[in-house]
Design a protein around this ligand. Structure first.
Ligand code: FAD
Length: 360
């Protein structure tokens, strides 16, 4: 048992080394990182996030952040998948649905099965359109019809936490077993980065959901009413800073041999340390920091440091398969992954030099 971060550190270092040495293999939608995820299970990583009653270690958020920083520097693809799995599990854990918890959590926390989350259509995706996943009452349960546009690793999951909107505008959040009649998972999308996260849509055609599979709702805005969600949490900023760490290690390595790069590397290092300090401060004292500011700096750092790594690696870094080019593309993910609109506005004003904020 390594239930505390400091005791666990040597295991984490060994795990990260293993994840890093495999990370180049996870490139296309056909390269699901089963081996890396299994290594995480063997290292008891899934226990970090959960209550002791499910076999978890109940790590403090600051410790989870310290862990995620190292994992995402080693392999962003695998770490991102873990965040989606954890998002599903934590919603399950926070619900009052004891039957659903008993059914899914013990295996998930032990790393014996994989679950994921398809909730963007309730939060950040398709918000300007009519609901894309609808629910109708069916006796004591519901029937779901429609699709969830973005679900990471759906084809590898036994269960998806997803949501749907009823005719009266209220919403439910449910556990959707992927083998339920009416559920289909098309081939994942080819993405410019993180394709091996096997992300794509999940379709439902008159899928029966039992009453004891409802985690939250029906409620107006179910994601704001206990189910958590929305944008602007610390996890996205953490993964951005983790990827930035990988890029800055390359810059530092080049700077050791090239004197003009030294002040660049040192300045980046100071900014990175400052950003991590803010991040950990926000985790230790909730409400003490501006989360949008943290995300904005994390985004700036990941975009700028990965480009600095590419510039330092020169043409060699532009050859397919080199880390610098891969990281520069992966960094763009942070512009589209749960990014609060205020942060996007601030980037857009910065890049365009527009004097005013544009409303969406
Ligand atoms: C690699 C990856 C993995 C992901 N994994 C998951 C996951 O596992 N689970 C999950 O829940 N989510 C996931 N997401 C979803 C993510 O968090 C965001 O919800 C998603 O990036 C939002 O993008 P969208 O194109 O769907 O947005 P939308 O807002 O639907 O935009 C789509 C298009 O609509 C148009 N548009 C946008 N806004 C307006 C407007 N106001 N008026 C008119 N037209 C407009 C634009 O042309 C835009 O290109 C993932 C995303 C990515 C990229």
């Amino acid at each position: 048992m390594n239930g505390h971060f400091d005791d666990y550190s040597p295991r984490l270092a060994a795990l990260c080394q293993n994840l890093k040495s495999r990370s180049d293999r996870w490139r296309s939608v056909d390269d699901w990182p089963a081996e890396s995820l299994a290594l995480c299970g063997e290292a008891d990583l899934y226990r970090w996030f959960h209550e002791a009653r499910w076999g978890g270690w109940e790590w403090a958020e600051a410790d989870v952040i310290r862990g995620y920083l190292q994992l995402s520097a080693a392999c962003l693809n695998t770490t991102f998948i873990i965040t989606q799995r954890t998002a599903a599990c934590l919603r399950l854990e926070r619900s009052e649905n004891e039957a659903a918890k008993q059914r899914w959590l013990p295996d998930l926390v032990a790393g014996h099965s994989f679950a994921t989350v398809g909730i963007s259509h309730l939060t950040t995706s398709r918000q300007h359109l009519a609901p894309v996943m609808k629910a109708e009452r069916d006796g004591t349960g519901f029937r779901l019809t429609g699709s969830s546009p973005w679900v990471t690793g759906a084809a590898h999951a036994t269960m998806i936490v997803t949501g749907a909107t009823l005719d009266d505008g209220t919403q439910i959040l449910v556990t959707l077993p992927t083998d339920r009649p009416g559920v289909s998972v098309p081939r994942p999308l080819d993405l410019i980065g993180l394709s091996a996260s096997a992300t794509g849509s999940v379709a439902c055609e008159q899928v029966r959901i039992e009453a004891d599979e409802v985690l939250f709702g029906p409620l107006p805005q179910v994601m704001q009413a206990g189910a958590g969600g929305g944008t602007g949490g610390l996890q996205t900023s953490t993964l951005a800073l983790g990827l930035s760490r990988a890029a800055l290690d390359l810059v530092a390595d080049e700077a050791r041999r090239r004197e003009p790069l030294q002040p660049i590397s040192e300045t980046f290092e100071r900014r990175w340390e400052g950003a991590v300090e803010h991040l950990l401060g926000a985790a230790r004292e909730p409400g003490s920091r501006d989360l949008a500011e943290i995300r904005r700096e994390a985004n700036d750092l990941v975009l700028q440091s990965t480009q600095a790594a590419l510039a330092a690696a020169k043409g060699t870094g532009y050859v397919a398969g080199h880390g610098a080019g891969k990281w520069a593309v992966e960094a763009l993910f942070f512009l589209v992954w749960s990014c609060p609109f205020g942060v996007i506005q601030s980037h857009l004003c910065d890049w365009s030099a527009a004097p005013t904020i544009v409303n969406d």
